[in-house]
Design a protein around this ligand. Structure first.
Ligand SMILES: [Ca+2]
Ligand SMILES: [Ca+2]
Ligand SMILES: [Ca+2]
Length: 483
């Protein structure tokens, strides 16, 4: 799992030489019912289901779908998400998604897994199916045609599907199926979720089932700000970057005005928008970071929305969407350097042809000649959409979780020696992914950030803590002592 990485001082280009680590995939761990448990399909879409694997147990589950536009207007498939609910074979089971064949093209179909906030006897996980913009739109009365999908245990053990909420061994031909849900632009428009688990966007957080643990200092921020000039941002310890410098393409600048805030149902989300016209000077990147470097051991969590497609203009740039902690390299190969990254490349880059998510723990590096000492775990798939990202650091290990599932565990050799800052940024590795000079813009969004000093929380404890802050009406708190 360890790799040597190629990172020039100002551009974090990497050549990964080691084998990929196995990875667990997941999505939207903490959805909770805020909407009615069922919805009428009258005006939008319907979902048909069949399965080609009807056994009570199977090597893989094979839910096949068609989505039909039952409304009167065009239905952009990128707005549609399906959820297929199932009961995991064990609490630790990890699953992988695959698309066998699809009329709309498997490259345009995404599949991620999530954990239900309110497990029932027949469902504690879900497979969420989404569509990229390449899947196009459905005209009224038309459907997607076959989506021949499957999922299986990461360890290829037999899975039991007879106890799965959305499964039916009798459904061997396509027919309307309301035990899967569909949302359009985040609103439930089809089907009935298992009790108390209706999908929302962004996912809501379940109420605490037990008192969340304390800690010797906590920073919580729900990013309830009005604009990048809101004085509360600085007062709460954040800096919206405007100074020049790496990472990113030479000549790019960091534009604070492209950090914006928007509210939905009382919850504010921060948006980082990065744009380019295919030139260095026409590239505007975005970054938000803590002014303090006071974060070391403990739990870090953020809900982040990665986006595979631009909000405008042509797609394809080598974009990096991040959540990370870092301190300064005092000298080449100084071992008191520390950095822990979630880095999503929606269009590939660093030699990768398509979307990939890295988590990387750094001991140190030498800028020139390039030499890196780090360990990473990667997931080669789409992570389009909201994700609960959790990083924990104690005195022996570093763990990364995505949507409640363990994604990577890194060794004590990569533990931090000194405190760090917390950062979100979105930048371009290079301009080779899309050579057009047509302007385009990409967005990464952040719902909240949480740090609990010196305490390792489970993802469920993180969710409980977020819910406790929200039910108390607390949008910000920082009791982490200065280091
Ligand atoms: Ca099952
Ligand atoms: Ca928020
Ligand atoms: Ca180090």
């Amino acid at each position: 799992m360890t790799s040597n990485e190629n990172r020039p001082a100002e551009r974090r280009r990497r050549l990964r030489t080691a084998a990929a680590a196995a990875v667990v995939t997941a999505l939207g761990a903490t959805a909770l019912a805020a909407l009615p448990g069922s919805a009428s399909a009258a005006d939008t879409l319907s979902v048909q289901y069949r399965t080609s694997a009807t056994g009570a147990t199977a090597d893989q589950s094979e839910p096949w779908f068609k989505v039909k536009n039952t409304g009167s207007g065009s239905l952009p498939l990128s707005e549609v998400k399906l959820r297929y609910y199932f009961k995991a074979d064990s609490a630790d089971s990890a699953y992988r998604f695959a698309c066998s064949w699809a009329v709309k093209g498997c490259a345009n179909i995404t599949g991620t897994f999530g954990t239900l906030a309110h497990p029932t006897a027949t469902a504690d996980r879900y497979l969420e199916i989404g569509f990229t913009s390449g899947a196009g739109s459905l005209a009224p009365g038309t459907d997607t045609g076959d989506l021949q999908l499957r999922f299986y245990q990461a360890n290829w053990q037999t899975l039991r599907q007879s106890d799965d909420y959305s499964f039916s061994s009798a459904q061997t031909a396509y027919g309307d199926w309301t035990k899967v849900t569909a949302t359009r632009a985040g609103a439930l428009v089809w089907g009935t979720a298992p009790d108390g688990n209706a999908p929302t966007d962004p996912p809501t957080t379940p109420p605490p089932t037990s008192p969340p643990p304390g800690g010797s200092g906590t920073l919580f921020d729900d990013f309830s700000y009005s604009s990048y000039t809101d004085p509360k941002i600085s007062a709460n310890g954040w800096s919206v970057r405007s100074n020049s410098g790496g990472p990113g393409v030479p000549g790019a600048t960091w534009d604070p005005s492209k950090v914006t805030f928007s509210s939905s149902a009382g919850n504010t989300v921060m948006t980082l928008e990065t744009s380019t016209d295919g030139t260095g000077s026409g590239t505007k990147q975005t970054e938000v970071l803590t002014k303090a470097t006071k974060f070391k051991n403990g739990t870090y969590a953020a809900r982040v929305k990665f986006n595979d497609a631009p909000v405008s203009g042509p797609d394809g740039d080598h974009l990096v969407q991040t959540f990370f902690t870092i301190n300064d390299l005092k000298a080449p190969m100084a071992d008191d350097y520390s950095e822990y990254d979630f880095e999503y490349l929606p269009n590939g880059g660093w030699g990768e042809p398509s979307n990939i998510l890295y988590t990387t723990s750094w001991e140190t590096y030498n800028p020139d000649p390039w030499q890196a000492v780090n360990q990473h775990t990667e997931g080669r798939q789409s992570y389009n959409g909201w994700h609960d990202l959790v990083l924990t650091i104690d005195d022996s290990t570093i763990k990364y979780y995505i949507d409640g599932q363990l994604f990577g565990t890194h060794d004590a050799a990569y533990l931090p020696e000194r405190p760090m800052s917390v950062n979100f940024n979105q930048w371009l590795i290079d301009l080779n992914g899309q050579t057009s000079t047509t302007p385009r813009a990409y967005q990464e969004q952040v719902d909240y950030f949480l740090h609990v000093k010196d305490q390792v929380l489970t993802p469920a404890q993180v969710s409980a803590k977020i819910a406790a802050y929200r039910s108390a009406g607390t949008a910000f708190e920082d009791t982490v002592p200065a280091s």
